[in-house]
Design a protein around this ligand. Structure first.
Ligand code: AKB
Length: 324
């Protein structure tokens, strides 16, 4: 049985991944770690530790204390925040990852470290972006993601650390809102629609990006970590996608459930430039071939499920305060 540490466990993906891992491996075998104190749901399913991945001593102590053998390293700064605070992004995304890899080397842990579609840049082919292609991003987020992929490959090749990762697209979820990302508009749009508010989108119509519903994102991480290593030709990091849409496509799909939904546009030049440097749609055939990746949700089924979940939250007064 694995003993797992999840860093960034209070984040958009971390909060749901931690619960999924606990269901699979048992509550006491999954240690949730985050800089922020836990919410009730996470605390109830214990154990939780306040940690900062830039503090190598604290993470090392935790790994030893709980005999951790697998680290899902999710603590990271997302693209828009990284452009606003590049020094912070370097510190968390690079020094934090380096610390985790060093600890993994010493303590013989496996490491899941997510990369992103942000690891691609303006000179990358935009349609059916291949697994192995040009990666010259011009954002700090992208720089840290490419360096992170290379660092993880290096630790595997040089020290035998079992590092694996996916290039996550924008992730859509109803439990914990994302923060500081370029693809966050898609989640914000749902909150507005369910609350009968108008949504002002910060990306232009026609901005196509890869996206994925959270159950698929979680399954991708767990399936990759459980995949037979003999089948893996790649490691860091696999292209994965579930759908590609532009803001007007998702708004139209939402209107099938909430016909009065209104959206207008006020373009944020920083996030638009980031989105314009990312692919329209990646080719994830390597993930499909090497570890059987296949998403369950498309745009239609994701929208239906998101709206149902957010309506329940709204009825129970849980939407207010969790608005992105
Ligand atoms: C972001 O928008 O920064 C993230 C990502 C695609 O990596 N959601």
């Amino acid at each position: 049985m694995r003993r797992i540490l999840v860093t960034g466990a209070r984040g958009q993906v971390g909060s749901e991944l931690t619960l999924a891992l606990r269901e699979r491996y048992g509550n006491n075998n999954v240690i949730a770690g985050d800089k922020r104190k836990p919410d009730e749901k996470l605390l109830k399913s214990c154990p939780f530790e306040v940690i900062d991945c830039t503090d190598i001593g604290a993470v090392k102590k935790l790994v030893k204390e709980y005999s951790v053998d697998t680290i899902y390293h999710l603590a990271a700064i997302l693209s828009a925040t990284a452009e606003a605070k590049p020094q912070l992004a370097w510190d968390v995304n690079i020094n934090g990852l380096y610390n985790v890899l060093e600890i993994a080397r010493e303590s013989k842990c496996a490491v899941f470290s997510p990369s992103s579609i942000g690891a691609f840049g303006p000179t990358t082919p935009r349609d059916n972006t291949p697994q192995d292609t040009i990666q010259r991003p011009d954002t700090m987020y992208g720089v840290t993601k490419v360096a992170g992929e290379l660092l993880c490959d290096y630790y595997h090749k040089r020290f035998g650390v079992d590092t694996r990762g996916v290039r996550w697209p924008g992730i859509i979820s109803s439990e914990t809102p994302p923060g500081g990302g370029t693809t966050d508009y898609a989640v914000e749009m749902f909150y507005a629609a369910v609350e009968q508010r108008k949504y002002t989108c910060f990306l232009k119509p026609g901005t196509y990006l890869d996206m994925m519903y959270i159950p698929d994102a979680i399954r991708a991480a767990i399936d990759l970590m459980e995949a037979d290593h003999h089948r893996l030709k790649h490691r860091n990091a696999f292209n994965v996608t579930a759908m590609s849409f532009a803001p007007e496509d998702i708004a139209d799909e939402i209107r099938k459930h909430i016909p009065g939904f209104v959206m207008d546009y006020e373009i944020d030049p920083v996030r638009q430039a980031i989105a314009d440097s990312w692919p329209n749609k990646v080719d994830d055939s390597a993930a499909r071939e090497e570890w059987g990746w296949s998403p369950d949700y498309d745009l239609e089924t994701m929208v239906e499920d998101m709206i149902a979940k957010l309506k329940v939250k709204l009825r129970n007064n849980l939407l207010v305060g969790s608005r992105p």
